[in-house]
Design a binder for this molecule. Structure first.
Ligand SMILES: N[C@@H](CCC(=O)N[C@@H](CS)C(=O)NCC(=O)O)C(=O)O
Length: 92
């Protein structure tokens, strides 16, 4: 890595499979050609607990964004998540 390159931000998408808003975000991921680790909150009680502890509520979809400086943002609302993904052009 050169001096000016930043490490990639870390992203995780909290979701469950039958949630229509999550399907919308996952379709956007597919459309944008992005791969982000998926955290199912129905299959994993730990994922759900992590979401509530970190983001403050159990609503999905929620994108957990770990910034370069270690700050963590929990982004709710499917439309905002898709807008963020498109604007950032996150690499695979
Ligand atoms: N306006 C939200 C709606 C999300 C939503 O209603 N998610 C449902 C699942 S489909 C949910 O998480 N409900 C449980 C909760 O809010 O704790 C969005 O577009 O992301």
């Amino acid at each position: 890595m050169t001096k000016n390159e930043k490490p990639l931000q870390r992203h995780d998408l909290y979701y469950f499979s039958t949630c229509p808003y999550c399907i919308f975000v996952r379709l956007a991921l597919w459309w944008l050609g992005l791969k982000i680790p998926l955290k199912d909150i129905v299959l994993s009680a730990k994922n759900k607990a992590d979401l509530i502890a970190g983001g403050g509520k159990s609503q999905v979809p929620c994108l957990r964004i770990e910034n370069h400086n270690g700050d963590i943002v929990w982004l709710y609302e499917s439309v905002d998540i898709v807008r963020y993904l498109k604007s950032k052009q996150i690499k695979k």
